[in-house]
Design a protein around this ligand. Structure first.
Ligand code: COA
Length: 253
């Protein structure tokens, strides 16, 4: 079974991460599947907007910690985490979030241009609980989307907020009833798709290129930090503790 499914609905490409038994955790198969889905969206002129969602009532629990422990990469070279977070997508992307958008799941949503979420959805960056940082855009993008102290609370506590609170913070465009996020996102996509594709692409390009510090510089700096972090004992401990369902024992090494 494919880890990522695509479905054409008019000019919208509905992209679904389909590993509900892992809460749609992102392993290498999901990352390559999402990259292929974005290629499908970009290469077909009849497709105007992408909607990214997850199967089984959950968006994504982020990096597949067990696959990562086994040495699997959740990223695609040049395209970032999940094949999405550093990808250059010229067409609008809408995240349709039900259930959990944790860690890399939240970061996939932050990589989208609009976010539709069920009120009971949960958005959080628990990386620090695992000895990691939110390196798929969380540390870089979230402080650009919400005020400093709120971003720091997400990043330093690792605690989630629900979809209603995320909307209050300005992170969510539409709050829906449970089970309605994808349908509302598809309707929103149809509205976007009625506008001029080149104009939409121009808006995206300008907004991204003028957004404070160039992200490529920020990501490059972060990569050096991540290299050292990934060599630490505590990162293995954090991921191992999660996989073994126990509290981590930090050594600071
Ligand atoms: N990586 C690998 N497996 C994961 C996973 C992840 N990120 N998130 C969930 N799973 C697996 C669980 O290990 C479990 O598998 P098992 O039944 O074989 O033990 C299954 O998915 C269901 O998860 P469970 O925790 O029982 O579901 P829940 O609905 O009670 O909780 C979450 C959902 C998302 C809150 C919880 O799974 C979680 O905290 N996941 C980790 C989030 C995270 O830390 N992401 C990465 C940050 S670096």
């Amino acid at each position: 079974m494919n880890a990522v499914r695509t479905e054409r609905i008019g000019s919208t490409l509905l992209i679904t991460i389909d590993r509900p038994e892992t809460r749609n955790a992102v392993n290498a198969a999901v990352a390559t599947g999402l990259a292929a889905a974005l290629d499908e969206l970009e290469s077909d002129a009849s497709l105007r907007v992408g909607v990214l969602t997850g199967a089984g009532g959950t968006f994504s629990a982020g990096m597949d910690l067990k696959a990562a422990l086994a040495g699997e990469s959740p990223g695609v070279p040049g395209r970032g985490f999940g094949g999405v977070t550093e990808a250059h997508v010229t067409k609008p992307l809408i995240a349709a979030v039900e259930g959990w958008a944790m860690g890399g799941g939240f970061e996939l949503a932050l990589a989208c241009d609009l976010i539709v979420a069920a009120g009971a959805a949960q958005f959080g960056l628990p990386e620090v609980k695992r000895g990691l940082i939110a390196a798929g855009g969380g540390v870089i993008r979230l402080p650009r989307r919400v005020p400093h102290h709120l971003a720091m609370e997400f990043l330093l506590t690792g605690e989630p907020v629900d979809g209603r609170r995320a909307a209050e913070l300005g992170l969510v465009n539409r709050v829906t009833e449970a089970g309605e996020a994808a349908a509302v996102a598809i309707r929103l996509a149809e509205r976007l798709a009625s506008n001029a594709p080149l104009a939409l692409a121009a808006v995206k390009k300008i907004v991204h290129a003028t957004d404070g510090m160039p992200e490529a510089d920020a990501f490059a700096l972060q990569r050096d930090q991540m290299r050292a972090l990934m060599a630490s004992a505590d990162v293995r401990e954090g991921m191992t503790a999660f996989a073994e369902r126990r509290a981590p024992q930090w050594t600071g090494q």
